[in-house]
Design a protein around this ligand. Structure first.
Ligand code: ADP
Length: 529
C-alpha cells in the first residue's frame, strides 16, 4: 500500500531541503513520532503536494529563494483566504529571525528553528503546526458548506419566484375577465379592487425575489440610454399610484426636481426609486411628510428620499442593505415585504456605477436614503417613445383571431381562454407539448400562445416542430414563461417564437400584441384581393 493511501493527505508534513540530508533526517524523526512526512525534491513538487493537501511544510533556509517563496505564495493564494500553511524553517545560527521573515514576505506563519535542531523542539513545532492547519481545514469545510447552502438558496429563490408566477398569471387573467364582464355592485367593485391591489403587491414581491437572485448571480444586463430622472420619478409615482397611496396613508409627498440626466436603464432606475418611495410610505405613520428631491450635485445626480417615519437605529443602518434584513419593530407595522427591496436597490444602483446610503438619527427620527449616480453631460435625454404596440391598441378587438393556448397550468389555461374569448377570439386549448403540436396542425391557428415550462416536450420544442410543419404558412408564435432571463429569451427566439412574454402576462400588452397580429392579417387579406 502506498503512503498516501494510509495517510490523510491533509495531515502530511512536506519537507524540502536542497541537500536532501536534512529532509531524510527530519522525515525519519517525524515518522518515528507517527507524523506522516513526505520529502519533496523541489518547490514545484512541494506546491503540487500542498494543493493535494498538507498539514505543514518544513524548509531549509537555503531553499527560500525568491521563486520558491513566490510559488508558495501563489499556491496558498489559490487556496483562498482560509489557507495560511504553517512553515517550519531550519536556519543557520548566523541568521536573525528578522532576516528570515523578510525573505518569507507575506508567508509569515513560520516557526524558525536554529540548527542544530533539537528533536523535541522539532516534534513540538510540528504538532503545533498540524493542529493549527487542521483548524484551517475546518474553516475551509465550513465555508464550502456555507457556499453550497448559499447556492442552493439562490437556486431555490429563483425557482420559487418562477413557480409563483403561474398562479399569479391565472389570478390576473381572471381579474381582467371580471373587469370585462363588469361589476354587479359597489361591493363587487371593492372586492375586485382589493384583489387587484394585493395581486399587484404580490407581483412586485415575486419580481423583487427574482431580480435579487439575478443581481446576486450577475445576470442583469442594463439597457442603458440617456435618462432624465424627473421623468422616471413621474412615471413611478403615476404608474404605481404612489402619490395617491401616500395621500391615502395620510402622508404629504413633496417632489422637488431639477433636470438631472444620467446614463441608465429606465426600467431599473424606476425600480430603484419606486422601492425607496414605497418604503418611505410603509415606514411613516399618518400625518408624516415625505420629501423626494432630485438634483445635480457636482458631477453626480443625487436622489434623496427623506421621511419623518419610524427611523432606523445606528446598529441596523449598516445591515439594512443585506438580503432578508428587517428591523423587528418596523416589521410589526409593515405591510409585508421580504426584506429584498433595499438589497435590490443597492445592486441596481451599483450596476449603474452609483452608490446608495441610508441615514437616520435613530428611532422615531425619520430616515433619509441617498442615491448618487454619475451625471451624464451633453446630450439631451431621449423622451420615451410610445410602446411599439400602442399605436395599434384598438385593433385587437376588431379582428377575431384563431388562437391556440398551450399551457399545463389549468387555471392559467382556462382564465386565458375566457379573457381571449371576451376579446372576441376563437380559442383552442392544449395542456401539454404533444397535444399542442397536434392541435396546431389540426386547427392551423393565427396565433399560438405557448408556455415554455411544459412537462415532457418543452415550449421551445413545440415551437420548433410547429414552425417546421407550417413551413412558409403564416403563424404567430408567442412564448409565455416564468423565466425572464436573457438566455431563455434568446433560446425561445431561436426556436421560432416571434414574441416572448414573461408571466404574469400584462393583459393590456397582450391585447395590443394581438391587435397588431389582427391588423397584419387584415393587410394580408386586402393585398391578396
Ligand atoms: P421590506 O420593506 O420588504 O422589509 P427592504 O429591503 O425594503 O425590505 O427594507 C429592509 C428593512 O429596512 C425594512 O424591513 C425596514 O426595517 C427598514 N427600512 C427600509 N426603509 C425604511 C424607511 N424609510 N424607514 C425606516 N425603516 C426602513
Amino acid at each position: 500500500m502506498s503512503e498516501d493511501e494510509v495517510w490523510n493527505l491533509e495531515d502530511r508534513i512536506l519537507v524540502f531541503t536542497p541537500t536532501g540530508r536534512d529532509a531524510a533526517l527530519a522525515c525519519q524523526l517525524l515518522a518515528g513520532a507517527d507524523l506522516p512526512c513526505l520529502s519533496c525534491p523541489d518547490e514545484t513538487a512541494m506546491c503540487r503536494e500542498i494543493e493535494a493537501g498538507a498539514g505543514a511544510a518544513i524548509l531549509a533556509e537555503e531553499a527560500l529563494l525568491p521563486w520558491t517563496v513566490n510559488a508558495l505564495r501563489e499556491v496558498l493564494r489559490r487556496q483562498g483566504p482560509w489557507s495560511d500553511l504553517p512553515l517550519i524553517v531550519f536556519t543557520r545560527a548566523s541568521e536573525t529571525n528578522e532576516e528570515i521573515l523578510e525573505t518569507l514576505g507575506p508567508l509569515s506563519n513560520a516557526t524558525i528553528l536554529e540548527r542544530p535542531v533539537r528533536m523535541s523542539t522539532l516534534l513540538s513545532a510540528a504538532k503545533t503546526a498540524l493542529r493549527a492547519r487542521r483548524r484551517q481545514y475546518e474553516v475551509r469545510d465550513l465555508l464550502l458548506r456555507q457556499n453550497e447552502a448559499d447556492r442552493r438558496k439562490d437556486e431555490f429563490l429563483a425557482m420559487l419566484g418562477h413557480e409563483l408566477r403561474n398562479p399569479l398569471a391565472a389570478i390576473r387573467n381572471s381579474l381582467w375577465v371580471l373587469d370585462e364582464v363588469g361589476a354587479r355592485g359597489d361591493q363587487d367593485l371593492r372586492q375586485r379592487e382589493v384583489i387587484e391591489r394585493q395581486t399587484r403587491h404580490l407581483v412586485r414581491m415575486v419580481d423583487d425575489l427574482l431580480d435579487v437572485s439575478r443581481v446576486t448571480l450577475g445576470k442583469i444586463i442594463l439597457k442603458r440610454q440617456t435618462v432624465d430622472l424627473e421623468e422616471i420619478i413621474a412615471r413611478c409615482l403615476h404608474e404605481l399610484g404612489l402619490a395617491a397611496l401616500a395621500a391615502s396613508h395620510g402622508l404629504t409627498l413633496r417632489v422637488e426636481t431639477e433636470p438631472v440626466v444620467v446614463d441608465g436603464d429606465p426600467v431599473r432606475l424606476e425600480q430603484v426609486i419606486c422601492n425607496l418611495v414605497q418604503n418611505a410610505i410603509k415606514y411613516t405613520p399618518r400625518g408624516g411628510r415625505l420629501t423626494l428631491t432630485v438634483r445635480a450635485e457636482g458631477n453626480q445626480g443625487t436622489i434623496r428620499m427623506r421621511d419623518t417615519g419610524v427611523g432606523i437605529t445606528a446598529e441596523m443602518l449598516p445591515q439594512i442593505f443585506e438580503p432578508f434584513t428587517q428591523v423587528e419593530s418596523s416589521r410589526m407595522r409593515s405591510e409585508g415585504g421580504l426584506g429584498l427591496g433595499l438589497p435590490l436597490v443597492r445592486g441596481l444602483v451599483e450596476l449603474h456605477g452609483g452608490r446608495v446610503e441610508a441615514q437616520s438619527d435613530g428611532p422615531g427620527q425619520g430616515s433619509e436614503f441617498i442615491v448618487r449616480f454619475p451625471l451624464r453631460t451633453g446630450k439631451k435625454p431621449a423622451r420615451r417613445s410610445a410602446s411599439p404596440c400602442q399605436s395599434t391598441a384598438n385593433g385587437a378587438e376588431k379582428v377575431g383571431l384563431s388562437i391556440l393556448v398551450v399551457e399545463d397550468n389549468m387555471d392559467g389555461r382556462e382564465s386565458l381562454r375566457d379573457l381571449l374569448e371576451i376579446w372576441g377570439h376563437r380559442v383552442d386549448l392544449a395542456e401539454n407539448g404533444h397535444e399542442g403540436v397536434e392541435q396546431a396542425l389540426a386547427v392551423r391557428p393565427d396565433v399560438a400562445l405557448i408556455d415554455i415550462g411544459l412537462p415532457g416536450m418543452d415550449g421551445n420544442e413545440v415551437a420548433r416542430r410547429i414552425r417546421t410543419a407550417f413551413g412558409a404558412d403564416p403563424l404567430v408564435l408567442i412564448a409565455m414563461t416564468g423565466y425572464g432571463q436573457p438566455d431563455d429569451r434568446r433560446r425561445a427566439l431561436q426556436a421560432g417564437f416571434d414574441s416572448y412574454l414573461v408571466k404574469p402576462v400584462d393583459p393590456a400588452y397582450l391585447s395590443r400584441l394581438l391587435g397588431e397580429v389582427g391588423q397584419q392579417i387584415r393587410r394580408r387579406e386586402v393585398s391578396s384581393l
